[in-house]
Design a protein around this ligand. Structure first.
Ligand SMILES: CC(C)(COP(=O)(O)OP(=O)(O)OC[C@H]1O[C@@H](n2cnc3c(N)ncnc32)[C@H](O)[C@@H]1OP(=O)(O)O)[C@@H](O)C(=O)NCCC(=O)NCCS
Length: 177
C-alpha cells in the first residue's frame, strides 16, 4: 500500500477560482462556518481573496489546493493576519470538496500553507481556530503539526461567537534556540 502523503500544490487565488469558491459554499462544507454565504457575500469574499493574493507586503495569501495527479482544484486554503491576545498573528483555514475528502489532501494543503507563511518572514505564529465539534479540521491541525493551546471563544462569522480550539504552530522554532 502506498502510504506517502498525496502530492498537492497550492496556487495563488485568481479570478478563475470563483467556481471553486461557489462549490465550497455548500451546506455540508459550511456547517461549521456559519452556513452558506449569500451570492453577494461570496462575490465579496472572492474579491478579498483576489486582492490578498496580489498583496506583496506579507498580509497573507489565499490559494486553491491543486492535486498534482490530475491538476484538479480540490479545495481552498490560505493565511491572513489576525489580532489574537494582543498581538498580530497569521490565521489559516481549509476546505476540501467532498469528492476528494479523506485522502490527506487538507493535511497536505495545510503543510504547504505552513511553508508559505514561514517564507513570508512576517509573523512568528500561525493559528487555526476550528470549532470544537469540527473533528476533521481539528485532526488536520494535529496532523500538520499544530499544538493545541486550549479552548476559546471565537467570533466567526462576524457577529457569531462560538467555542473553538486554538491551535498554534511556531513558524520560527529557531528563535527559541
Ligand atoms: C476539514 C476538511 C478540510 C478535511 O479535509 P480532508 O481532505 O478530508 O482531510 P484529510 O484527509 O487531510 O484528513 C485529516 C484527518 O482528519 C480526519 N478526518 C477526516 N474527516 C473526518 C471526520 N468527518 N471526522 C473525524 N475525523 C476526520 C482524517 O482521519 C485524518 O486524520 P488521521 O490522519 O489522523 O486519520 C474537510 O472535512 C472540509 O472541507 N470540511 C468543511 C470545511 C471546514 O469545516 N473547514 C475547517 C475550517 S477551520
Amino acid at each position: 500500500m502506498d502510504t506517502r502523503p498525496p502530492a498537492v500544490r497550492i496556487e495563488p487565488w485568481t479570478e478563475a477560482d470563483l467556481g471553486l469558491l461557489r462549490a465550497a459554499n455548500s451546506p455540508a462544507l459550511m456547517d461549521h462556518l456559519g452556513g452558506p454565504e449569500t451570492e453577494e457575500q461570496l462575490l465579496s469574499r472572492h474579491r478579498r481573496y483576489v486582492e490578498l493574493s496580489a498583496d506583496t507586503t506579507g498580509r497573507g495569501r489565499m490559494y486553491s489546493i491543486v492535486a498534482e495527479a490530475d491538476g484538479a482544484a480540490v479545495g481552498t486554503t490560505g493565511y491572513w493576519e489576525q489580532n489574537w491576545q494582543g498581538r498580530t498573528v497569521y490565521e489559516t483555514g481549509w476546505t476540501v470538496l467532498p469528492a476528494h475528502q479523506g485522502r490527506g489532501l487538507a493535511t497536505a494543503g495545510a503543510l504547504a500553507v505552513v511553508r508559505a507563511a514561514r517564507a513570508a518572514r512576517r509573523h512568528r505564529f500561525l493559528h487555526a481556530f476550528p470549532s470544537v465539534g469540527n473533528a476533521a479540521s481539528n485532526a488536520v491541525c494535529r496532523r500538520a503539526g499544530f499544538s493545541l493551546m486550549g479552548e476559546c471563544a471565537f467570533e466567526y462569522p462576524p457577529g457569531h461567537i462560538g467555542r473553538s480550539h486554538d491551535w498554534r504552530l511556531d513558524l520560527w522554532p529557531e528563535a527559541n534556540a
